[in-house]
Design a protein around this ligand. Sequence first.
Ligand SMILES: O=C(O)c1ccccc1NCC(=O)[C@H](O)[C@H](O)COP(=O)(O)O
Length: 272
Amino acid sequence: MDGQRGRRVLDTILASKRAEIAALLVAPPPRVIRAPAGGVFKALRRPEGGALRLLAEVKLRSPSAGALSSVLRPAERARRYAEAGATMISVLIDGPFFGGSYDDLAACRDALDVAFGAARPKLLCKEFILDPIQLAMAAAHGADAALLIARITSAEDLARLADAARDLGIEPFVEVTTEEELAAAEHARARVLGVNARDLDTLVMDPARAERVLARVDPTAARVHLSGLASPSDVARIAQGPADAALVGEALMRQDDPGPLLAAMVTRAAAG
Ligand SMILES: O=C(O)c1ccccc1NCC(=O)[C@H](O)[C@H](O)COP(=O)(O)O
């Protein structure tokens, strides 16, 4: 995909978010509140000599891939991810571009609570967050952590949003692409840091740049590789580097039953 198109996609997503935020600010608050679990940082840290943690994503479609599998409903897919060994489940809640919703997040949380109780994987709300009202929605619908994308905010707004997330008891999971964005994440005191191999302005994958930026993240943080992993051997390659965890979306979403592929990835995450 060319760079111009990527920038247009991100700009269109952000324009749609601003309209959604305006509507959320005048809507009644959600009626059911689901308390966050805490412990996200610890869950994502890789023990000395231990296995890379895996995060599995629910995204029904994406601007780069188009439609993905919808055979399993999000809650059933989240349950399969948990059974196959995911430490965290990321739920894309954007509707217009990714086919998700806050209701999907709540359904995943309720299903995981029933099936696994306190041993359930943590839940990440993946959204283009520009305003604290979106964090309140994420918390109410069952998130333990919320994605904050350094590319789409100023450093000061990123720090304010990270504080607002902590005030709600959810972990700010800050996504960066470049060294400059890493500095903004550090200013926001993020301790869970994702480095995206996909540049959101161009939608182009650059694993070498992701590896370079990840190597510069404070080693006391939970360091997460994001995007572009398609196979167990891709996971094994990341497991040999400094990352604590890696997130897999599209490759799992291409599977009607993601269990076998995720289980094979979990095996290679341990073996390196
Ligand atoms: O996935 C996209 O096309 C996309 C477009 C614009 C903004 C964000 C986008 N994706 C978010 C992500 O980076 C991924 O969902 C996530 O890291 C998983 O990546 P993958 O395993 O490559 O699906």
